[in-house]
Design a protein around this ligand. Structure first.
Ligand SMILES: Nc1ncnc2c1ncn2[C@@H]1O[C@H](COP(=O)(O)OP(=O)(O)O)[C@@H](O)[C@H]1O
Ligand SMILES: [Mg+2]
Length: 296
């Protein structure tokens, strides 16, 4: 089981804008509500969810949404096959192995978190099919985990009052996301994340690459222009800023309009979300590149 001990997240950047989000998420969680951090890929949802979870001071259980989850999987499953070695003491040379094919029920991480009052971070929960997430309804609403009959024993587990849940999700228009059941969405307070403000993005880029502030500032300008430009299908996220920054740091590059390698790296990152590279994309990148060196 992936259990994360609460601790200050190393390298976590907390500017006033981020702190305001963290504080709001903590209010909802403190009064017992579940929080859903929604936003495009690379805005910082997972990082924020883990940081907020860490603030609650309870062990953190992390699960990721998965298309393959079936409805029973959320609570646990049957796992089998135990091998026993029996040393026969009467005849010393005999070593018997016994295969035991009895399947045993193993509680899932969700069930464990509910039982012991841990903090659940359910990353990208809309990647799981809606039926698989149904179990969460009773958890959030009734404070109970209803267990499938194959578990044996009691049919349900009471949710410890210290249990808290933080979800992350991409907006619905992203491919591979499922619309969560309305009843579930209704039980989450959703915070919509947008790309962070300029200062925050520069701070994160510096923190994750070691690059100097002014170079990071140029990268954020380039990427922001790229987001605004029509013709580059998918927006470049903070993750894209970090990618350019790491390349610059690794090769000792500076923001220089004549640096062919830096141009190529910028183009690669800016067009990573495009389905193909044509003269049209190349022209848009060229324009964004040129503007990034002009002072406002
Ligand atoms: N507050 C932050 N402090 C430091 N790094 C951050 C912060 N938010 C995001 N990042 C970095 O930005 C990148 C994208 O963040 P991530 O949480 O993975 O985004 P998402 O889950 O929305 O796709 C990661 O490399 C992450 O380390
Ligand atoms: Mg993520």
């Amino acid at each position: 089981m992936m259990l994360i001990e609460p601790q200050a997240s190393p390298g976590f950047v907390e500017t006033p804008g981020i702190k305001a989000l963290v504080d709001r998420a903590l209010i909802y969680l403190e009064v017992g509500l579940a929080v859903n951090l929604s936003g495009p890929s690379g805005v910082g949802k997972t990082t924020l969810a883990l940081h907020v979870a860490g603030q609650l001071g309870r062990p953190v259980v992390f699960i990721s949404g998965d298309e393959q989850f079936r409805s029973g999987d959320m609570m646990g499953g049957l796992f089998g096959y135990r091998r026993r070695r029996v040393v026969d003491n009467f005849v010393h040379s005999v070593l018997k192995t016994e295969d035991d094919l009895m399947e045993r029920w193993v509680d899932s991480r969700l069930t464990m978190a509910c039982k012991y009052g841990f903090t659940l971070v359910y990353d990208e929960f809309t990647r799981s099919r809606p039926e698989a997430n149904n179990a969460l309804l009773t958890v959030l609403e009734e404070g109970m985990v209803v267990m499938p009959s194959m578990r044996g024993g009691e049919g349900y587990v009471r949710v410890d009052p210290r249990f808290r849940a933080i979800f992350t999700s991409n907006p619905l228009e992203y491919s591979g996301t499922h619309r969560p059941p309305d009843a579930l969405r209704d039980r989450l307070v959703t915070l919509h994340l947008e790309y962070y403000d300029e200062e925050t993005e520069i701070s994160i880029t510096v923190a994750r690459s070691g690059l100097d502030w002014d170079s990071a500032k140029w990268i954020v300008r380039l990427v922001t222009l790229g987001r605004a430009a029509k013709g580059l299908s998918a927006a470049v996220s903070t993750r894209g800023c970090i990618a350019i920054a790491r390349a610059m740091e690794a090769r000792g590059m500076n923001p220089d309009p004549n640096d062919q390698l830096l141009y190529a790296v910028s183009r690669d990152v800016l067009t990573s979300g495009c389905t193909r590279m044509t003269g049209k994309e190349e022209a848009v990148v060229g324009e964004v590149w040129r503007k990034s060196f002009c002072s406002e």
